[in-house]
Design a protein around this ligand. Structure first.
Ligand code: NI
Length: 177
């Protein structure tokens, strides 16, 4: 049987042929890290003067604390949804934003920045794990896949990082031109 089958099979791909699965995972990591095209999340919040963390800029809706916490909560939600069947999402939209314009103290800000970084690393580990099927719909979702969640996360992060850079420029605390 196997022999008969093989007679009709095409030539085996060369050993060094591109692996589409590995290639896709690599592109997703690059997208999540955002480093190739623009400012990363870590850059956006780096060296942020404490007295400006809850400050509004003319014409802009959000403070840096709003944006930081919103990024953290949304990313955590996407990460948990992507691997945890028991995850319960916050109420939308109020559960995705902080209650106050600024953090209570330095520790609260630092903790949020660290969570943003570690949850991003966790999402990247999930996406790069060869045992993670990128394409199978998550059994606890309604059609979402890990691929879809990774794309949604990268898109959402990029959107708010862009807002963050504009906010820093408007507040006069963006070092880059
Ligand atoms: Ni958002």
């Amino acid at each position: 049987m196997a022999v008969a089958k093989n007679q009709h099979s095409r030539k085996k791909p060369a050993a060094n042929k591109t692996n589409p699965d590995a290639s896709l995972r690599k592109h997703l990591v690059e997208l999540l890290n955002a480093g190739n095209a623009h400012v990363t999340m870590a850059d956006a919040f780096a060296d942020f003067s404490a007295e400006k963390r809850g400050a509004y800029a003319n014409g802009l809706e959000h403070t840096a604390w709003h944006l930081l916490e919103h990024l953290r909560i949304a990313q955590w939600d996407i990460l948990e949804f992507s691997h945890n069947p028991k995850h319960v999402s916050p109420d939308f939209p109020e559960g995705y934003w902080p209650k106050t314009p600024g953090p209570r103290n330095d520790a609260e800000w630092t903790k949020s920045v660290q969570s943003v970084a570690s949850d991003l690393r966790a999402m990247i580990r999930l996406v790069t794990n060869p045992r993670t099927d990128l394409f199978v719909p998550l059994p606890w979702g309604d059609g979402q896949t890990v691929l879809r969640e990774a794309l949604v996360l990268a898109d959402h992060n990029a959107y708010h990082v862009g807002q963050m850079v504009d906010l820093r420029r408007a507040l006069g605390i963006w070092k880059k031109s």
